[in-house]
Design a protein around this ligand. Structure first.
Ligand SMILES: Nc1nc2c(ncn2[C@@H]2O[C@H](COP(=O)(O)OP(=O)(O)OP(=O)(O)O)[C@@H](O)[C@H]2O)c(=O)[nH]1
Length: 207
């Protein structure tokens, strides 16, 4: 298994500046579509975009701020969890290659900032994506409402046939759970526990 990571560079495109190098992979200079040349997946409401290519797969993730989108990506790519992870600024990009049968699938993951002020950047990341992962925090009702907004935006403005996946994160805090479980039936719902690597890997594989 190969994890394609390079140190994050503060000299890269300002819109891609964000987290610490230990959590974020390659700094990409320029719009994602020109870099990847392939369809990708995206995650927001925080959401991120994940693009999966055969022999090279690309995904993007989108989300709400603080729901744990970056932690999910960090766990998947680096098998690392950080309680003090910093908020994403703009977006971050990471890759991970995993074996799938006789093939290697490479995930190209764009983690977009959840803060409202970065909302206008979102189309740049979900355009051309093969899949989008929308993350909400099961302890925050607001984040569940925000995910509905992202689903609507993706349906109206996202790529045709984009795969949408929803992750309800922070299952370890289920005692203070507040979000409703009445999700639309056409969406794939998987509750994610960031601290468990096997759950994260299996979840991405299902996308
Ligand atoms: N208890 C618990 N905390 C989590 C979990 N996932 C993430 N966190 C914590 O939630 C906080 C926010 O996590 P992030 O991954 O930065 O959330 P985000 O959605 O990427 O936030 P933005 O970058 O601001 O959009 C951090 O303190 C994490 O350590 C989880 O599954 N359980």
């Amino acid at each position: 298994m190969h994890v394609g990571l390079e140190p994050w560079s503060p000299g890269a495109s300002p819109s891609l500046r964000g987290r610490a190098p230990c959590c974020w992979g390659e700094a990409v200079k320029g719009p994602p579509s020109s870099q990847l040349g392939r369809r990708a997946a995206w995650v927001a409401a925080q959401f991120f975009r994940v693009q999966c290519l055969r022999g090279c797969e690309d995904c993007r993730m989108a989300r709400d701020t603080g729901v744990g989108k970056s932690s999910i990506v960090c766990r998947f790519v680096q098998d690392h969890f950080d309680h003090n992870i910093s908020p994403t600024i703009g977006a971050s990009f990471m890759t991970k290659t995993v074996p799938c049968g006789n093939e290697l699938h490479k995930f190209l993951i764009w983690d977009t900032a959840g803060q409202e002020r970065f909302h206008s950047l979102a189309p740049m990341y979900y355009r051309g994506s093969a899949a989008a992962v929308i993350v909400y925090d099961i302890t925050k009702q607001d984040s569940f409402h925000t995910l509905k907004k992202w689903v609507k935006e993706l349906k109206e403005h996202g790529p045709e046939n984009i795969v949408m996946a929803i992750a309800g994160n922070k299952c370890d805090l289920s005692d203070i759970r507040s979000s409703s479980s009445s999700l639309p039936p056409f969406l794939h719902l998987t509750m994610t526990v960031v601290r468990r690597k096997d759950a994260i890997v299996g979840w991405f594989a299902s996308i």
